[in-house]
Design a protein around this ligand. Sequence first.
Ligand SMILES: Nc1ncnc2c1ncn2[C@@H]1O[C@H](COP(=O)(O)OP(=O)(O)OP(=O)(O)O)[C@@H](O)[C@H]1O
Length: 260
Amino acid sequence: MDNAAPRFSSVAAGAALELRGVTRLFGALAALTDVTITVRPGERRAVLGSNGAGKTTLFNCVTGDFPPSSGTIRFFGEDITHFPPYERIRRGLRRTYQISALFPGLSVRDNVYLACRGVSRGRFSVLRPGTNDALMHATEALIQAVHLTSVREQRVAELAHGQQRQLEIALALAGAPRFILFDEPAAGLSPTERRELIEILTSLPAHIGYIIIEHDMDVALRVVESVTMMHNGRVFKEGLPHEIEADPEVQELYLGAGHE
Ligand SMILES: Nc1ncnc2c1ncn2[C@@H]1O[C@H](COP(=O)(O)OP(=O)(O)OP(=O)(O)O)[C@@H](O)[C@H]1O
């Protein structure tokens, strides 16, 4: 990234995602306070911070699971602050969860097929072979994108943990997303599975931006171009991966605190 460019500017023009002054209260507790973050189209951003920093609440505000108490959220210029979650999904916003949302008794292919079908909003039908072919084609492409072709007929319950996480990424990719929120995709992965995850994330189409919450700095800093560090519900620092990694305050607050 060009250091001279306005990297983390407050200029909203053309932003994929813009949070402005977002606060989220739970009773007397402020889980987020006055959070302003701007992410450009295609930008990949890590959100780091210790437990309770407000990372998951940030995702919940963006997806509409827990709307902000105040502040605004814009998605590709449109004010979505008060939209229900499905309206955000319709506009190309996706999310993965820490807790699996897969169908364990179905095959990899059927899970992806159902996700593609679900987001196609009735445009595809099993009674119309032409359109169903397109759906099958999309299914195979997504399975390939997450490196699961060799296990596509296997039931999800038989997959390794890392393969299940890869499948979750395939589901998030269904229906031409423009922006994805990844919630700790490396959690519980082996070193080999982590390398595979890095490969998958860095190979995603360039127009798809994302925010990744990830405690594993080795993964997070390799798959993003910018980092937002949070602390106590506020944006504490923003920077390039190498700047954040070398920042003494970040090390004191996060890395030096014995974080995984
Ligand atoms: N539904 C809720 N009801 C009440 N308090 C909540 C709720 N969700 C989050 N909080 C509180 O808001 C604060 C921020 O929590 P959040 O889960 O967003 O942090 P986090 O950075 O994602 O932490 P972790 O890394 O542990 O997942 C915490 O003090 C948490 O207890």
